[in-house]
Design a protein around this ligand. Structure first.
Ligand SMILES: [Cu+2]
Length: 145
């Protein structure tokens, strides 16, 4: 019961922070993995960036990166299904950043470098993120639940 009140207070606060005209549907409210705790009379928000962006009506961003050091990364390894902005920083002319899974197949060029932005809908799946030149050694994944 206490945690329900905390979530409601948090939600009202979030509504005030967002513009008054921001529409937050019941559906979105239901999927927010938001947790609050009560300490010394203040609510401390322990929410993922994804939940905060959605509360504010923004598309959450996932950041991808690939480097000459053979590192290929994504900023989160698990997120809830939904629409996202993926911003890739491809720093190398020898590798690329490729995400593939349910409904999504996007890649940067191997020889190209720079910043690339895609808007995608991620569904429940384990998405592969890899370099097409070295798919066995340069890879990671993103779990969407
Ligand atoms: Cu590679």
């Amino acid at each position: 019961m206490g945690s329900l009140v905390a979530v409601l207070v948090l939600f009202v606060g979030a509504m005030a922070m967002a513009n008054a005209n921001a529409h937050i549907s019941r559906h979105r409210m239901g999927e927010m993995p938001t947790v609050a705790s009560h300490e010394h009379g203040h609510f401390r928000v322990l929410a993922t960036d994804v939940a905060v962006d959605r509360m504010r009506g923004r598309l959450p961003t996932l950041k991808g990166k690939v480097t000459d050091g053979l590192a290929i990364t994504i900023s989160q390894d698990a997120v809830p299904a939904g629409r996202y902005r993926i911003v890739v920083d491809d720093q190398t002319a020898n590798h690329n950043w490729h995400i593939r899974g349910r409904g999504v197949d996007q890649s940067t060029s191997v020889t190209g470098t720079g910043r690339t932005v895609w808007r995608v809908r991620l569904r429940v799946d384990t998405y592969s993120i890899h370099c097409d030149v070295h798919p066995q050694t340069m890879r990671t994944s993103l779990t969407v639940t």
